[in-house]
Design a protein around this ligand. Structure first.
Ligand SMILES: Cc1cc2nc3c(=O)[nH]c(=O)nc-3n(C[C@H](O)[C@H](O)[C@H](O)COP(=O)(O)O)c2cc1C
Length: 263
């Protein structure tokens, strides 16, 4: 699969988690586009898959959200499924899932990663999974009005969703007049969504490579920080590609996550 760089780069800057949908159904064209895209991305990365469920997900979210905002009015959702025997399942789900989210954003759809607070047993009845697989996260998919609802505003304030740490805080290595592709990659990585906006990714920049690590081994909200790091990985790759640089990922041992090396 070729990453559609321009449209995903723009989508990184447009995307915001949205929780109040306006109920508009997905057209047949949009559904086929997303299904076709899922097929392509599922073949690209082994051990994980994105599965579009063209059914209203109210039962998946009902009563399961607690104080973490509620999700209403979406006509469909996507489930991000991983093979739990794969050592890198969390980062792969983050990577493939964010690919789906960026593609959806680029065609005018709204989304919201939901990691801990959904009813897995309901989603598992709608998505066929094998015994070694689990649904690690889901996202509603649909249309929103431009204006945020009051509940969305409260939720977004609670998670301090619009705040991001500075690159000074996120980079373990000191800035040394980075080449422009590194700057583009890190700026894009900073905008990655993460559970409760915890931003657990840390970056080390050396000649021709960027290393992604987690800030600690301790997870919170039963959501792996390595999943958040997988999301940052695709943002790094899109940013670097936008700066004209192609690279290759290799996975690393904890608390490091992966290394992006220029090819
Ligand atoms: C792995 C993951 C799990 C998340 N889980 C939830 C969730 O259960 N409920 C929710 O309302 N938002 C959830 N979010 C959305 C985050 O709160 C949101 O991405 C973050 O606050 C940054 O805001 P933004 O996406 O608008 O940039 C999750 C995000 C990620 C990446």
């Amino acid at each position: 699969m070729q990453i559609p760089v321009k449209k995903w780069y723009d989508a990184i800057y447009q995307r915001r988690s949205r929780r109040q949908f306006n109920g508009r159904e997905l057209s047949t064209d949009i559904t086929s586009h997303l299904e076709e895209f899922s097929k392509e991305i599922n073949e690209y990365i082994t051990g994980v898959k994105a599965v579009l469920v063209n059914e209203n997900p109210n039962q998946v979210f009902k009563g399961a959200i607690g104080s973490y905002g509620s999700i209403k009015g979406a006509p469909a959702y996507v489930a991000f499924v991983g093979n739990m025997e794969d050592a890198n399942v969390q980062e792969k789900v983050g990577y493939i899932g964010e690919g789906f989210i960026l593609e959806a954003t680029s065609i005018g759809l709204a989304t919201c990663w939901v990691g801990g607070f959904f009813r897995k047993e309901v989603a598992q009845k709608q998505v066929q999974i094998n015994p070694n697989e689990q649904i690690l996260a889901v996202s509603p998919v649909g249309y929103v009005d431009d204006k945020y609802s009051l509940e969305e505003k409260i939720m977004s304030k609670f998670a301090k969703s619009h705040n991001r740490k500075s690159l000074d805080e996120l980079c373990v290595t000191e800035e040394k007049n980075w080449p422009s592709w590194v700057q583009l990659a890190l700026d894009a990585a900073r905008l990655a969504p993460s559970a409760i906006n915890r931003q657990p990714w840390r970056f080390s920049v050396e000649d021709n490579n960027i290393k992604v690590s987690a800030d600690s081994l301790k997870d919170s909200y039963h959501i792996s920080k390595r999943l958040d790091c997988g999301i940052a990985m695709i943002h790094i790759e899109v940013g670097a590609n936008h700066g004209g640089v192609k690279g290759r990922w290799s996975y690393l041992e904890k608390p490091d996550v992966a290394l992006f090396e220029v090819i």
